[in-house]
Design a protein around this ligand. Structure first.
Ligand SMILES: Nc1ncnc2c1ncn2[C@@H]1O[C@H](COP(=O)(O)OP(=O)(O)OP(=O)(O)O)[C@@H](O)[C@H]1O
Ligand SMILES: [Mg+2]
Length: 244
């Protein structure tokens, strides 16, 4: 996919959460990872790219097409994407199956029978069949996040947006979710994600963007950004987070 942002900006009150980001990534891009300090603008950037909210100013083009700014246009664009957030966001009163089925029926207008078949198919693939009848509170964090990932994937999104998909998980569960995301990357799923897992970012992505104070401080292929950061700021950040 190609992603191009021109002076992309999102302001909340007096905070410039994303501040004049220019990024131009060509067609070969499959996986873009956003890293950087807390509050740097990663989640906001993901929401803008995914069409969850319009920018205050500037623009986004994906595959050459400019993202709409009207609420109606954004809604249609959003449906083509899949989203996964840090904290599972499953419907607490519905079992895992229904958590996958309902958006297919309500948002994507699938027939219920077809949606149920699809839920079972993705559950099979993600090793979740035995959990389909359970409510979220009966599942471990890793299982919940895998259900949320199955839900985000069920309609075969053009672009999958993952916002710190593993930061709420214990190390072991982190590994199982990262493995699954790694498989999706390998299969060519187009993904934009934010993460604090540097090893994973390096392994799984084609391109890394470092955001701090809403600004894109550096951006480049994983190998060059990690091995030869150009700025003192990125070097300092990597030294700090890779120490352990
Ligand atoms: N809806 C909002 N209303 C007001 N301020 C916001 C909103 N969303 C984000 N911000 C502010 O914008 C800045 C960027 O936040 P953002 O959540 O994008 O950072 P982040 O890089 O995802 O941080 P983290 O690594 O902690 O998730 C922060 O200062 C945050 O407080
Ligand atoms: Mg965030």
């Amino acid at each position: 996919m190609s992603i191009e942002t021109v002076q992309l900006t999102r302001v909340y009150g007096s905070t410039r959460a994303v501040d004049g980001v220019d990024l131009s990534l060509s067609d070969e891009l499959r996986v873009l990872a956003l890293i950087g300090p807390s509050g740097g603008g990663k989640s906001t950037f993901l929401r803008l790219i995914g069409g969850l909210e319009p920018p205050t100013s500037g623009s986004v083009r994906i595959d050459g097409e400019e993202l709409p700014v009207s609420e109606e246009g954004l809604l249609a664009f959003r449906k083509k994407n899949g989203f996964l957030f840090q904290s599972f966001n499953l419907f607490p009163h519905m079992d895992a199956r229904e958590n996958i089925v309902l958006p297919l029926v309500e948002v994507h207008s699938w027939e219920r029978a077809e949606a149920t078949r699809r839920a079972e198919e993705v559950a099979e693939r993600f090793g979740l069949v035995e959990h389909l009848g359970k409510l979220p509170h009966q599942l471990s964090g890793g299982q919940q996040q895998r259900i949320a990932l199955a839900r985000a994937m069920a309609h075969e999104p053009e672009l999958l947006l993952l916002d710190e998909p593993t930061s709420a998980l214990d190390p072991e569960m982190k590994a199982e979710v990262l493995d699954l995301i790694g498989d999706l990357c390998q299969e060519g799923q187009r993904i934009v994600l934010s993460t604090h897992e540097m090893g994973f970012a390096r392994e799984a992505s084609d391109h890394i963007g470092f955001l701090s104070d809403g600004r894109l401080i550096e951006s480049g292929p994983a190998s060059s950004l990690f091995d030869a950061p150009e700025t003192e700021q990125v070097r300092g950040f990597l030294n700090k987070v890779m120490k352990w």
